[in-house]
Design a protein around this ligand. Sequence first.
Ligand code: ZN
Ligand code: ZN
Length: 341
Amino acid sequence: MQQLTFLSPGKFEWRDVPAPKLAADTDAIVAPVAVARCDLDLYIAIGAAPYPGPFAFGHETVARVVEAGSASGVRPGDLVVVPFQLSCGRCRNCRRGHTNACEAYPFGAAYGLKPTSKTEFGGALSDLMYVPFADHMLVHLPAGIDPVAAASLSDNIADGWRGVAAPLTERPGAAVLVVGGLARSVGLYAAGAAVALGAGRVLYLDDDAGRRAAAEAMGAVSEPLALAEGRQPGEQFEIVVEAAGTVEALGFAVNACAPNGYLAGLSIHFGNKTPMPLTAAYLKGLTFHTSRVHSRATFPEALSCMTCGRFHPERVTSRVVPFAEAGEAMTDPGPKIVFTR
Ligand SMILES: [Zn+2]
Ligand SMILES: [Zn+2]
């Protein structure tokens, strides 16, 4: 079968590799039908994130089941969402919903991201994917949801949704600020989810006009971030999402948080040296949460938010291109590219 392989910044190659086979009755083999570019994929593709190739690429996908073990919970022909992280559904961490750290796999185990666990699990930009523990991993795509709209649920949609869902449950109707940028689509999904979940006011700040338009299409108010011009927070928000990935944006986010507010860090600060204004955070009593999403555990509620009709992640999709052109389109500025076949 064919598999898109990342070699080095700017270089992809379709390679012929052996097709996966069922190994247990809980396994499934799926054929991706819509694959979304994760925000991280762009930075790997341009060499801004330190992920050395070669490895199979793509990790956000809606797929069709091709082969199914007798205890896999799915049948050939089913349309399913595939979490990007491998998880068993049985271990202590999985039972707690901590599916980003399943004990059955090396830490960081994921499709299309071999460097995070130093283990190759295949990628979504392939003819076929092997899915172990399919009875737990795979979630049926609800009728009426377009695979192109849901492809990014594997990671980025779920990530944006969880950034605001839990704090809004604790603070119903709270005002939400999203500082957008580096995590190009995740910040937009967070803004859209906040609108859908009944936030009182949703302000999206970003210096990119295209992303501001996408945020407004999902019901948020948007303005330029303008940190270079010395912008300071003009008001305080009970919930702040930092998706911009810069030192300055993190400081702005802390300063924009209301006392006892919640700060969700959804961007990756590459280099591991970002200073945090801890004194201000301490004095305000902020709750700061940053982590990779628990992909599989987040699916049910994020999907039900999509079927409610108020959450429109498809409005973030900027381009849909055929599978065969995925390598060339991987460096498109986005925010969200979806590859279909
Ligand atoms: Zn991702
Ligand atoms: Zn597990």
